[in-house]
Design a protein around this ligand. Structure first.
Ligand SMILES: [Zn+2]
Ligand SMILES: [Zn+2]
Length: 726
């Protein structure tokens, strides 16, 4: 164990890459923030902040993915132009005149040294092997979730492993879901001959049987391309429960309305609504849910109760499905019998009720009703295929397990902790959820939207407490006025998102100001490094679930999940490798580091991506072309001398094809490659021109052919050789 940990710690980084093209984006981003800054120049806060010397790392989680990286499978990590310490003031790409009031110019002006005659550059030898987080086989002693060694808490010891992300070291104690019915499991795990069709259209099959519909704007622009499936939404997400069980006269029954028909009629209606779906699979699913899902019976009974009322009451009659979970402080259990899932309470809908516990059903009426995301059955009523037993999801009354001697973080399990717990795999337990593929992705987005909604509601309901904090600083008062002008006319109630709310404007502004304070204190960043998750990393591939082997006579191949089916694993592996990279950088990989900050974005293909700015000690700054060559290369490596590096560069670090060869490539804007590939040949690295180095791309005849396209040095995306080989 110790050896493994040491190996992991010593091991350097996965694949590092750099990309010149992102400079432009980064510059624009900084300039946009520049406007924000100017608005607050009257405040001297930033100047004061400049004296802060101990700032280390800032991280902004940013779901905004404006990143247009060419290849969704782009490997590992790469770095960009080391900036010269002193570009001419007029040409300052970073600041847009912003640090005119900087207390001290960070670097005394010096003429850029003339480019030295650069000789042929020797690549460093490949490392002994690729970076690895090790196997995901450490078991949490409390909840038995499986972990990578990098996920241990810092208080963890060899004899007492501790993990937080799965169960807060035991405070989150949830019963496992009951095993999935055999037939449904067979559809998910490849046993059934219909499995491929089922999994390809799993979201459609689920929607055909869901009780509630999904109300959200799905961003189809992301899914339109040829890349991996990516479920992306904008705006609010909610589930609609059909308020009325009888469809309008001119409409076909949908969602819960379908469940009141006899089985044959149900099937015919569903098939009519979804002509593309396989009838055999539809029959099978309907059979499974008809016998298992408690709400099928509850909806039928509710319909019977209402229909037996006199005809003149049919327009007003209502039934309440009441699902209050009384809190058992000792232990949280899933409901076992049908009558525990929800109670049927007839009435006319006028009695007191709680949106969080009740579903109101009527015979007739117009309109949709939003279902509260705090309702215990929120998940199972939409994700019927993932929770076919009517399993309870999160609700506010799940008690935290009390551990003697440890003060619980909160008396009840938070939404975030609940979902984190459910997204782990445990030995002997392979939840249907993790087999869900595209449906799992949708569930994860749904869960996140629900958590975010709860956080926003909390802020909305605690404005009084927050406001004193918000207005204590002049800076926020100024921003508050800006909000006032912008929003007050459009929205009835002004809600202030405090800077502690991740992703809010104040949050981003604060991070930006901290970053600018670092620039004022330490000068400009020296290295811009980016790192992208690679779905082919073995740590990810090892966790992808395999179909069960096909039985004798089966005419289909055994398949494995794709990385896009497991955003949970991709994010965890990326986090582990990212931390390893940052540690190496802080330990001096590029020289002594005085400051560093990074931000993480999710690209359109769903893969996380880090941008990192590194500030080096004045003595270790990059001054000439030789130093650039020691860090950055933009050439095809030698296949025999650097086999690992060659593999990485030829699979991940070649741009294109685009231009005339592929006019519809994602990088093409107005008929030209927006990243300016292919670049020009260039025998030697030139340092100092336009403030940016021009990397060596010698016309040395080295080429590689891939997908009927021949690449030479003009197509290589700049990379860090040592890291890319790892
Ligand atoms: Zn645990
Ligand atoms: Zn291009």
């Amino acid at each position: 164990m110790r050896q493994m940990r040491n190996a992991w710690q010593n091991e350097q980084q996965a694949q590092l890459q750099l990309q010149q093209d992102e400079e432009e984006e980064e510059r624009q981003r900084l300039n946009e923030h520049g406007d924000l800054m100017r608005r607050q120049e009257i405040l001297e806060e930033v100047a004061n902040n400049a004296s802060r010397q101990n700032i280390d790392t800032y991280q902004a989680q940013n779901a905004d993915n404006d990143d247009d990286d060419d290849d969704p499978y782009m490997d590992g990590m790469y770095m960009d132009a080391p900036n010269p310490p002193n570009p001419p003031a007029d040409d300052d790409p970073y600041m847009d005149g912003m640090y005119m009031d900087a207390p001290n110019p960070p670097n005394p002006p010096a003429p850029p040294p003339p480019p030295p005659p650069a000789g042929p550059v020797l690549m460093p030898a490949d490392p002994a092997g690729r970076h690895s987080l090790g196997p995901m086989n450490l078991e949490c002693p409390n909840c038995h979730a499986l972990h990578f060694a990098s996920e241990k808490l810092s208080t963890s010891t060899r004899n007492a492993l501790k993990f937080g992300m799965c169960c807060l070291t035991g405070q989150v104690d949830l019963p496992p879901f009951p095993p999935a019915p055999r037939d449904l499991r067979d559809l998910f795990d490849g046993t059934s001959p219909h499995s491929l069709n089922f999994k390809t259209h799993v979201r459609q099959y689920n929607a055909a049987f869901a009780f509630t519909s999904l109300g959200v704007n799905v961003d189809h622009s992301v899914v339109a391309g040829s890349g991996p499936y990516s479920f992306r939404i904008s705006g609010q997400l909610h589930h609609h429960s059909g308020a009325n069980l009888l469809p309008l006269p001119d409409r076909a029954p949908v969602f819960a309305q379908l469940y009141i028909y006899d089985p044959q009629e149900q099937l015919a209606q569903r098939q009519g609504n979804n002509p593309g779906l396989n009838p055999a699979i539809m029959t099978e699913i309907q059979g499974i849910l008809g016998t298992l899902h408690p709400y099928v019976e509850l909806y039928k009974q509710a319909f019977q109760i209402m229909r037996e009322k006199p005809a003149e009451e049919h327009d007003t009659v209502a039934v309440r499905l009441h699902a209050e979970r009384t809190q058992d402080l000792r232990r949280y259990n899933l409901p076992t019998a049908n009558d525990e899932v929800a109670a049927i309470i007839p009435g006319d809908g006028s009695e007191q009720r709680s949106d969080h516990h009740d579903i109101i059903l009527r015979l007739r009426g117009r309109g949709l009703r939003r279902m509260s995301h705090l309702h215990p059955s929120y998940s199972t009523l939409h994700y019927v295929l993932l929770f076919p037993h009517g399993e309870d999801g999160w609700h506010p009354a799940i008690p935290t397990r009390v551990i003697p001697g440890i003060k619980p973080r909160s008396p009840n399990v938070t939404q975030r902790c609940y979902y984190a717990h459910r997204l782990h795999s445990r030995p002997g337990e392979q939840p249907l959820l993790l087999w869900g593929g595209n449906l799992f992705q949708q569930f994860v987005v749904d869960a996140w939207a629900s958590v975010e909604q709860s956080n926003l509601n909390w802020v909305k309901n605690h404005q009084k407490e927050l406001r004193s904090d918000v207005y204590s600083g002049l800076r926020d008062a100024v921003l508050g006025d800006a909000d006032n002008n912008l929003n007050l006319a459009q929205h009835g109630q002004r809600v202030i998102l405090p800077s502690s709310f991740v992703g809010s404007e104040r949050f981003m502004t604060q991070l930006f100001q901290d970053a600018m304070a670092i620039v004022r204190a330490f000068g400009k960043p020296d290295i811009f490094l980016t790192m992208t998750a690679n779905p082919r990393w073995p740590e990810i591939q090892d966790q992808l679930l395999w179909d069960v082997p096909p039985g004798p006579g089966a005419n289909h191949q055994r398949r494995r999940q794709k990385a896009s089916d497991r955003p949970d694993i991709v994010a965890r592996v990326f986090e582990g490798k990212k931390e390893a990279v940052l540690k190496e950088i802080k330990n001096g990989k590029f020289g002594r580091v005085v400051a560093i900050f990074h931000t993480i974005e999710f690209q359109k293909c769903g893969l996380p991506h880090m941008h990192c700015l590194i500030f080096l000690h004045p003595d270790d700054k990059i001054h000439d072309a030789n130093q650039v060559d020691n860090i950055v290369s933009a050439q095809l490596p030698d296949q025999n001398l650097n086999p690992l590096l060659y593999e990485t560069i030829t699979t991940c670090m070649l741009h294109g094809p685009c231009g005339a060869d592929k006019p519809n490539a994602p990088c093409m804007v107005n008929g030209r490659c927006s990243k300016h590939y292919p670049k020009e040949f260039n025998e030697h690295t030139l340092y100092g021109e336009n403030g940016y180095p021009k990397y060596a791309r010698p016309n040395n005849g080295r080429t590689v052919e891939k997908n009927n396209h021949v690449y030479d040095n003009r197509y290589v995306i700049p990379y860090h050789p040592e890291s890319s080989a790892r």
